[in-house]
Design a protein around this ligand. Structure first.
Ligand code: MN
Length: 231
């Protein structure tokens, strides 16, 4: 058996403390999962969790101590940052109960769900899909993955993002509307999850625009910091 052309290499993320790479299967993202962010987006109350995806090859890996370079994307004049705790699955499954979710988690990383907000607003208005706003090339900067047993208590960690050294986002993972275990339960009812899936768990309030030349630095306590420059 051969291919009609050479397949693209698998998208991967390094693992802290290992030479082995984490192969990315899918990237699921949770929408409006912090109450104060839901409010700033014009919503209130506890909605049922909802999801969108980014293609696996949108990951832009940035190792600790380096500054990743993200090309400012085309077609937008309103590129927003969304700092997020990312969950990396080491074991898949369907209809996973929240109480059993921890056994499916390989580790955690810090990610940016970069968003062409103007295109998202247009899509919402016209009832169109969000893909062009969320799933564009290099839209998922991410740190290496820390194995769960070395990641500390991420469910109770601070989450933050500075732009050019000034505070933009600062909250706690405890503020998630749907926590990590509940998110895995809900996702696994809609899709059969697989080892290699990444889950961007949502962003706290404070999302705003960034420009070419800006340096974004953010993190979740207990995980590597993520530093990205827009070029
Ligand atoms: Mn997001």
């Amino acid at each position: 058996m051969s291919y009609v052309f050479t397949p693209a290499p698998a998208a991967t993320v390094p693992v802290v403390g290992s030479d082995a790479l984490f192969p990315v299967h899918r990237i699921y993202c949770v929408g409006r999962n912090y109450a104060e962010h839901a409010k700033e987006m014009g919503h209130s109350g506890r909605e049922a969790p909802f999801f969108f995806m980014k293609p696996a090859d949108t990951v832009l890996v940035v190792t600790e101590g380096t500054t990743g370079e993200m090309p400012y994307p085309t077609l937008t004049k309103d590129l927003h940052h969304e700092i997020e705790l990312v969950v990396a699955l080491g074991k898949g499954g369907k209809n996973i109960k929240a109480a059993d979710a921890a056994a499916h988690i390989f580790g955690y990383a810090v990610g940016l769900d970069m968003t062409r907000r103007d295109l998202q607003a247009e899509a919402k208005k016209l009832g169109r899909p969000w893909d062009i706003a969320k799933g564009f090339d290099f839209s998922a900067p991410i740190t290496p993955i820390v194995p769960a047993d070395k990641a500390g208590d991420v469910n109770n960690a601070a989450i933050w993002l500075n732009v050019n050294g000034a505070k933009r986002q600062a909250s706690e993972v405890t503020q998630l509307i749907w926590n990590i275990a509940e998110t895995i339960e809900a996702l696994s009812q809609a899709w059969e999850l697989q080892a290699g899936d990444l889950i961007f768990s949502g962003t706290p309030e404070g999302v705003a625009a960034v420009s070419k030349g800006d340096v974004l630095e953010g993190g979740v306590a207990g995980l590597p910091a993520l530093k990205v420059k827009l070029v």
